[in-house]
Design a protein around this ligand. Structure first.
Ligand SMILES: [Fe+2]
Length: 289
Protein backbone atom coordinates (compact mmCIF):
# COMPACT_ATOMS: atom_id res chain seq x y z
CA UNK A 1 0.00 0.00 0.00
CA UNK A 2 1.27 3.43 -0.91
CA UNK A 3 0.91 5.31 2.38
CA UNK A 4 2.01 8.63 0.89
CA UNK A 5 -0.89 8.72 -1.56
CA UNK A 6 -3.48 7.05 0.66
CA UNK A 7 -4.96 10.25 2.05
CA UNK A 8 -5.00 12.24 -1.18
CA UNK A 9 -8.27 13.34 -2.72
CA UNK A 10 -8.95 12.36 -6.31
CA UNK A 11 -8.39 15.96 -7.34
CA UNK A 12 -4.94 16.04 -5.80
CA UNK A 13 -4.05 12.77 -7.48
CA UNK A 14 -5.34 14.15 -10.78
CA UNK A 15 -3.39 17.39 -10.48
CA UNK A 16 -0.17 15.56 -9.70
CA UNK A 17 -0.61 13.40 -12.78
CA UNK A 18 -1.15 16.56 -14.85
CA UNK A 19 2.12 17.98 -13.53
CA UNK A 20 3.90 14.79 -14.53
CA UNK A 21 2.48 15.03 -18.02
CA UNK A 22 3.57 18.65 -18.32
CA UNK A 23 7.15 17.84 -17.37
CA UNK A 24 7.28 15.20 -20.12
CA UNK A 25 7.25 17.90 -22.83
CA UNK A 26 10.27 20.06 -23.57
CA UNK A 27 9.89 23.49 -21.95
CA UNK A 28 10.18 26.34 -24.41
CA UNK A 29 13.45 27.48 -22.84
CA UNK A 30 15.07 24.17 -23.71
CA UNK A 31 14.21 24.26 -27.38
CA UNK A 32 16.54 25.67 -30.00
CA UNK A 33 15.30 29.10 -31.03
CA UNK A 34 13.23 29.17 -34.22
CA UNK A 35 15.77 31.35 -36.00
CA UNK A 36 18.38 28.60 -35.77
CA UNK A 37 19.04 26.45 -38.82
CA UNK A 38 17.00 23.36 -39.60
CA UNK A 39 18.51 19.88 -39.75
CA UNK A 40 18.22 19.95 -43.55
CA UNK A 41 20.26 23.16 -43.68
CA UNK A 42 22.88 21.78 -41.29
CA UNK A 43 23.11 18.54 -43.28
CA UNK A 44 23.65 20.54 -46.47
CA UNK A 45 26.33 22.63 -44.72
CA UNK A 46 28.11 19.42 -43.69
CA UNK A 47 28.11 18.21 -47.30
CA UNK A 48 29.25 21.60 -48.63
CA UNK A 49 32.11 22.05 -46.16
CA UNK A 50 33.41 18.55 -46.83
CA UNK A 51 33.31 19.20 -50.57
CA UNK A 52 35.13 22.51 -50.06
CA UNK A 53 37.82 20.81 -47.96
CA UNK A 54 38.26 18.11 -50.61
CA UNK A 55 38.56 20.78 -53.32
CA UNK A 56 41.18 22.72 -51.35
CA UNK A 57 43.13 19.53 -50.85
CA UNK A 58 42.88 18.64 -54.55
CA UNK A 59 44.27 22.09 -55.32
CA UNK A 60 47.37 21.30 -53.28
CA UNK A 61 46.47 22.83 -49.94
CA UNK A 62 47.32 20.87 -46.85
CA UNK A 63 43.99 20.24 -45.12
CA UNK A 64 43.76 18.53 -41.76
CA UNK A 65 41.88 15.28 -41.25
CA UNK A 66 39.63 17.02 -38.74
CA UNK A 67 37.75 20.21 -39.54
CA UNK A 68 38.34 22.06 -36.29
CA UNK A 69 36.67 25.25 -37.52
CA UNK A 70 33.48 23.60 -38.69
CA UNK A 71 30.48 25.96 -38.94
CA UNK A 72 27.83 23.19 -38.80
CA UNK A 73 29.14 22.47 -35.27
CA UNK A 74 28.18 25.92 -34.08
CA UNK A 75 30.33 26.24 -30.96
CA UNK A 76 33.51 24.85 -32.57
CA UNK A 77 34.62 28.40 -33.36
CA UNK A 78 34.41 29.27 -29.66
CA UNK A 79 36.71 26.37 -28.82
CA UNK A 80 39.68 27.81 -30.66
CA UNK A 81 42.56 28.90 -28.46
CA UNK A 82 42.66 32.70 -28.32
CA UNK A 83 46.17 33.02 -26.93
CA UNK A 84 49.51 31.72 -28.06
CA UNK A 85 50.58 28.42 -26.54
CA UNK A 86 52.63 28.82 -23.39
CA UNK A 87 55.82 26.84 -23.21
CA UNK A 88 56.23 24.85 -20.04
CA UNK A 89 59.24 23.10 -18.69
CA UNK A 90 58.33 19.45 -19.16
CA UNK A 91 60.49 18.32 -16.25
CA UNK A 92 58.81 20.76 -13.87
CA UNK A 93 55.29 19.85 -14.88
CA UNK A 94 56.03 16.17 -14.50
CA UNK A 95 56.86 16.82 -10.85
CA UNK A 96 53.30 18.00 -10.24
CA UNK A 97 51.40 15.46 -12.33
CA UNK A 98 49.76 12.45 -10.77
CA UNK A 99 50.44 8.98 -12.12
CA UNK A 100 47.70 6.45 -11.60
CA UNK A 101 48.36 2.79 -11.05
CA UNK A 102 46.40 -0.33 -10.22
CA UNK A 103 46.53 0.54 -6.52
CA UNK A 104 44.79 3.89 -6.99
CA UNK A 105 41.67 2.70 -8.79
CA UNK A 106 39.32 0.16 -7.23
CA UNK A 107 38.11 -2.68 -9.43
CA UNK A 108 34.49 -1.74 -8.73
CA UNK A 109 34.97 1.67 -10.37
CA UNK A 110 34.83 0.00 -13.79
CA UNK A 111 31.29 -1.31 -13.16
CA UNK A 112 28.81 1.55 -13.53
CA UNK A 113 25.89 -0.76 -12.67
CA UNK A 114 27.10 -1.29 -9.09
CA UNK A 115 27.39 2.29 -7.87
CA UNK A 116 23.96 2.47 -6.21
CA UNK A 117 21.70 0.24 -4.19
CA UNK A 118 19.51 -0.72 -7.17
CA UNK A 119 20.00 -1.77 -10.78
CA UNK A 120 20.08 1.01 -13.39
CA UNK A 121 17.49 0.98 -16.17
CA UNK A 122 18.51 0.06 -19.71
CA UNK A 123 20.48 -2.41 -21.79
CA UNK A 124 23.43 -3.66 -19.78
CA UNK A 125 26.64 -3.82 -21.78
CA UNK A 126 30.28 -4.81 -21.46
CA UNK A 127 32.77 -2.59 -23.29
CA UNK A 128 36.24 -4.01 -23.70
CA UNK A 129 39.20 -2.97 -25.76
CA UNK A 130 42.92 -2.40 -25.89
CA UNK A 131 44.89 0.81 -25.60
CA UNK A 132 47.60 0.68 -28.27
CA UNK A 133 50.35 2.81 -29.70
CA UNK A 134 50.88 3.16 -33.44
CA UNK A 135 53.05 0.04 -33.58
CA UNK A 136 50.24 -2.01 -32.06
CA UNK A 137 52.01 -2.31 -28.74
CA UNK A 138 49.69 -2.50 -25.71
CA UNK A 139 49.86 0.40 -23.26
CA UNK A 140 49.68 -1.09 -19.78
CA UNK A 141 48.90 0.73 -16.54
CA UNK A 142 47.08 3.63 -18.18
CA UNK A 143 44.10 5.38 -16.63
CA UNK A 144 41.01 5.18 -18.86
CA UNK A 145 38.00 7.23 -17.77
CA UNK A 146 34.48 7.09 -19.16
CA UNK A 147 31.35 9.23 -18.79
CA UNK A 148 28.00 8.98 -20.47
CA UNK A 149 24.27 9.69 -20.47
CA UNK A 150 21.85 7.15 -19.01
CA UNK A 151 19.60 4.87 -21.07
CA UNK A 152 17.13 7.72 -21.59
CA UNK A 153 19.83 10.06 -22.90
CA UNK A 154 20.10 12.19 -19.75
CA UNK A 155 23.30 13.28 -17.99
CA UNK A 156 23.56 14.11 -14.32
CA UNK A 157 24.68 17.65 -15.05
CA UNK A 158 23.00 20.96 -14.28
CA UNK A 159 23.32 22.05 -17.89
CA UNK A 160 21.41 18.97 -19.03
CA UNK A 161 17.77 19.79 -18.32
CA UNK A 162 16.07 18.02 -21.18
CA UNK A 163 12.95 16.20 -20.05
CA UNK A 164 14.21 12.64 -20.01
CA UNK A 165 14.29 10.95 -16.60
CA UNK A 166 17.35 10.76 -14.41
CA UNK A 167 18.06 7.27 -13.13
CA UNK A 168 18.64 7.20 -9.36
CA UNK A 169 20.72 4.07 -9.85
CA UNK A 170 23.03 5.43 -12.53
CA UNK A 171 25.65 8.16 -12.26
CA UNK A 172 27.34 7.55 -15.59
CA UNK A 173 31.04 7.81 -14.74
CA UNK A 174 33.70 5.16 -14.25
CA UNK A 175 37.41 4.51 -14.57
CA UNK A 176 39.85 1.67 -14.89
CA UNK A 177 43.59 1.13 -15.32
CA UNK A 178 44.67 -0.98 -18.29
CA UNK A 179 46.14 -4.37 -17.48
CA UNK A 180 49.44 -5.81 -18.70
CA UNK A 181 47.90 -6.46 -22.12
CA UNK A 182 46.74 -2.84 -22.41
CA UNK A 183 43.14 -3.98 -21.93
CA UNK A 184 40.30 -2.16 -20.25
CA UNK A 185 36.82 -3.51 -19.44
CA UNK A 186 33.75 -1.56 -18.34
CA UNK A 187 30.30 -2.81 -17.38
CA UNK A 188 27.69 -0.14 -18.00
CA UNK A 189 24.34 0.68 -19.63
CA UNK A 190 23.93 1.54 -23.29
CA UNK A 191 23.38 5.32 -23.40
CA UNK A 192 20.47 6.91 -25.23
CA UNK A 193 20.61 9.59 -27.92
CA UNK A 194 19.92 13.08 -26.61
CA UNK A 195 18.89 16.49 -27.96
CA UNK A 196 21.20 19.48 -27.94
CA UNK A 197 20.71 23.03 -29.13
CA UNK A 198 23.14 23.25 -32.02
CA UNK A 199 20.20 23.69 -34.42
CA UNK A 200 16.48 22.92 -34.56
CA UNK A 201 15.82 19.24 -33.76
CA UNK A 202 19.50 18.44 -33.19
CA UNK A 203 20.18 15.00 -31.63
CA UNK A 204 23.53 13.45 -30.77
CA UNK A 205 24.06 9.82 -31.77
CA UNK A 206 24.39 7.57 -28.70
CA UNK A 207 27.98 7.74 -27.48
CA UNK A 208 30.29 7.17 -24.55
CA UNK A 209 32.97 9.74 -23.72
CA UNK A 210 36.44 8.33 -23.08
CA UNK A 211 39.54 9.97 -21.63
CA UNK A 212 43.02 8.47 -21.77
CA UNK A 213 45.18 10.11 -19.18
CA UNK A 214 48.68 9.26 -20.34
CA UNK A 215 51.47 9.85 -17.87
CA UNK A 216 50.91 13.58 -17.28
CA UNK A 217 48.26 16.30 -17.55
CA UNK A 218 49.71 17.49 -20.84
CA UNK A 219 49.09 14.12 -22.48
CA UNK A 220 45.41 13.68 -21.66
CA UNK A 221 43.23 13.03 -24.69
CA UNK A 222 39.46 12.75 -24.97
CA UNK A 223 37.28 11.02 -27.55
CA UNK A 224 33.90 9.32 -28.01
CA UNK A 225 32.78 5.78 -28.81
CA UNK A 226 29.67 5.34 -30.95
CA UNK A 227 27.46 2.35 -31.76
CA UNK A 228 27.14 0.52 -35.09
CA UNK A 229 24.50 1.60 -37.59
CA UNK A 230 23.30 4.73 -35.81
CA UNK A 231 20.87 6.61 -38.12
CA UNK A 232 22.02 9.93 -36.64
CA UNK A 233 25.58 9.67 -38.03
CA UNK A 234 24.98 11.66 -41.25
CA UNK A 235 23.09 14.33 -39.29
CA UNK A 236 25.61 14.96 -36.51
CA UNK A 237 27.98 17.92 -36.91
CA UNK A 238 30.42 16.60 -34.29
CA UNK A 239 30.84 13.13 -35.83
CA UNK A 240 31.20 14.86 -39.21
CA UNK A 241 34.06 17.12 -38.18
CA UNK A 242 36.11 14.05 -39.14
CA UNK A 243 36.74 13.95 -42.87
CA UNK A 244 37.56 10.32 -43.65
CA UNK A 245 35.02 7.56 -43.17
CA UNK A 246 37.85 5.22 -42.13
CA UNK A 247 38.64 7.55 -39.22
CA UNK A 248 34.98 7.80 -38.23
CA UNK A 249 34.69 4.02 -38.34
CA UNK A 250 37.43 3.74 -35.74
CA UNK A 251 35.14 5.55 -33.29
CA UNK A 252 32.46 2.88 -33.56
CA UNK A 253 32.45 0.02 -31.08
CA UNK A 254 31.86 -3.35 -32.72
CA UNK A 255 29.32 -5.82 -31.41
CA UNK A 256 31.19 -8.92 -30.21
CA UNK A 257 29.11 -11.96 -29.41
CA UNK A 258 32.04 -13.65 -27.68
CA UNK A 259 32.17 -10.70 -25.30
CA UNK A 260 28.45 -10.86 -24.69
CA UNK A 261 27.87 -12.44 -21.28
CA UNK A 262 25.06 -15.03 -21.30
CA UNK A 263 21.95 -13.85 -19.43
CA UNK A 264 23.75 -10.64 -18.47
CA UNK A 265 25.12 -8.12 -20.97
CA UNK A 266 25.75 -7.25 -24.62
CA UNK A 267 29.41 -7.05 -25.64
CA UNK A 268 31.10 -4.25 -27.59
CA UNK A 269 34.77 -4.15 -28.47
CA UNK A 270 36.59 -0.90 -29.06
CA UNK A 271 40.36 -0.39 -29.31
CA UNK A 272 41.94 3.02 -28.79
CA UNK A 273 45.10 3.88 -30.74
CA UNK A 274 46.85 6.93 -29.34
CA UNK A 275 49.16 7.97 -32.18
CA UNK A 276 50.25 7.24 -35.72
CA UNK A 277 48.22 6.93 -38.94
CA UNK A 278 45.63 4.63 -37.35
CA UNK A 279 45.11 6.81 -34.30
CA UNK A 280 41.65 7.17 -32.89
CA UNK A 281 40.32 10.66 -33.53
CA UNK A 282 40.53 12.84 -30.43
CA UNK A 283 38.56 16.00 -29.82
CA UNK A 284 40.07 19.37 -28.96
CA UNK A 285 39.97 20.37 -25.31
CA UNK A 286 36.72 21.85 -24.07
CA UNK A 287 34.34 19.61 -26.04
CA UNK A 288 31.33 18.83 -23.87
CA UNK A 289 28.82 16.97 -25.98
FE1 LIG B 1 27.87 13.49 -24.67
Amino acid sequence: MNTVDSDRTDDEAFSSSVVLEQTAAAPESLLASPDQLSQAEITQEIIDYHAAADAREAAGERVGLTLHDFPPYRSSVLRHPTKNPKLVDPETIELWSPAFGQRDVALIESDLTLQHTGEPQGERMTVQGRLLDSWGRPLANQLVELWQANAAGRYIHQRDQHPAPLDPNFTGAGRVVTNDNGEYTFTTIKPGAYPWKNHVNAWRPAHIHFSVFGTSFTQRIVTQMYFPGDPLFPLDPIYNTIRRQADRDRLIGQYDHDLTVPEFSMGYRWDIVVDGPDATWFEPEGGDH
